[in-house]
Design a protein around this ligand. Structure first.
Ligand code: KG4
Ligand code: ZN
Length: 341
């Protein structure tokens, strides 16, 4: 008799996307419904936490219902529930965590609290069905930039992370001073295609060998100073060149450190994760460099790069397989980091 695969309901509400997904087994997506609040927050130039929480409250049950409907299953068919409990905005996280706890209690199924950053890494298992640890992961999102040595499904070693701004945060802040709408990453990406990446030499921080930490605040200040001094000199700005040169500085540091980490650990695979993974220049440079070095490169589709519940369900599935479920005292942990195990 064929063993029936467990159905996992994934719930994600850490920032400005309310998402629910149904996963069959560890890697088959039955549904992945994402309700984004970006148009609402765009008016304010960034995410307004209080508004995000309120919108999650309105959206959470309809999004879960839509995910069940799309998967063509009843709620009673769900075998376990995985939910993001951090890092993120506390009010936003609490909406998902509360919904997951109530559903897990009423259905009497296991509850699995998932680290959002680990979820981003696990999006790669959904994209590449044959991917197995160990591998090196570059996690680049709006809130985090980190190199993680993934040694097993439940064993991670943090090689280094950002000391200040995350890569996505730097993209968003530079876009804002350039008068581009939120979120700035995709806008800079688009504009950079028309510019010359070598036109302005912006600085790169912490370039030393064996240093896997990142810092983007100096680069951010350098771009701001450049814009201000050009304006003071009465020069007209060339936004495409600024975007391309800024992006180039970010991408080169990420590429350099990623492959140094790959080399040091002897890994044969590099995976890209997080919202900034959608950046076409970053993806292209990593892919080219991986081919040159004979390293396998994995990159999830755009929809799996940015926040979604399928990646949370996937992480939850493997966590539960290792017996790491949560109890109903699970709480939101806004500052949750990657825990080395
Ligand atoms: O992972 P994500 O959806 O949310 C967090 O967990 O933070 O990442 C969102 C971040 C934003 O900073 C956004 O500007 C950035 O990802 N992003 C991009 C691109 N698409 C999204 N950054 C650069 N280029 C892109 N194409
Ligand atoms: Zn994220």
């Amino acid at each position: 008799m064929v063993k029936e695969e467990i159905l996992t309901l994934g719930i994600e509400s850490s920032c400005d996307e309310t998402s629910a997904a149904v996963l069959c087994g560890g890697r088959e997506i039955r549904s992945n419904v994402i309700s984004t609040q970006i148009p609402i927050h765009r008016k304010f130039g960034g995410v307004v936490p209080e508004i995000a929480s309120r919108k999650h409250i309105v959206n959470i049950m309809p999004v879960i219902d839509a995910a069940l409907e799309e998967a063509d299953i009843k709620l009673s068919a769900i075998g376990q529930i995985a939910v993001t409990y951090g890092p993120g905005l506390v009010g936003a996280l609490l909406v998902g965590v509360s919904a997951a706890k109530a559903l897990a209690f009423s259905l009497d199924v296991p509850l699995i609290g998932v680290n959002h950053l680990e979820g981003h890494i696990f999006a790669n298992f959904l994209a590449q069905k044959d991917l197995e640890p160990p591998f090196m992961a570059l996690v680049v999102s709006g809130g985090h930039t980190a190199l993680v040595d993934v040694r097993g499904y439940d064993s991670f070693c943090l090689m280094g992370q950002t000391r200040d701004d995350a890569a996505g945060e730097a993209f968003d802040k530079i876009a804002r001073v350039m008068g581009l709408p939120y979120p700035g990453g995709p806008e800079i990406d688009r504009l950079a295609r028309e510019g010359d990446p070598l036109s302005i030499a912006f600085p790169r921080a912490l370039e030393g060998k064996g240093n896997y930490e990142f810092s983007f605040s100096g680069l951010k200040s350098a771009v701001l100073n450049y814009i201000n001094s050009e304006k003071m000199k009465g020069h007209s700005l060339e936004p495409a060149n600024i975007a391309a040169s800024f992006q180039h500085a970010v991408v080169e540091v990420l590429v350099e450190k990623s492959f140094e980490a790959v080399q040091e650990t002897g890994r044969d695979t590099l995976v890209l994760a997080g919202g900034v993974a959608a950046n076409s220049s970053l993806e292209g440079r990593l892919r080219a460099e991986a081919a040159r070095r004979d390293v396998r490169f994995s990159y999830p589709s755009r929809i799996l790069c940015t926040d979604n519940a399928a990646m949370i369900a996937c992480r939850g599935y493997y966590q539960a397989q290792n017996g790491r479920c949560s109890d109903l005292y699970l709480n939101a942990v806004p500052g949750l980091g990657l825990v080395a195990r």
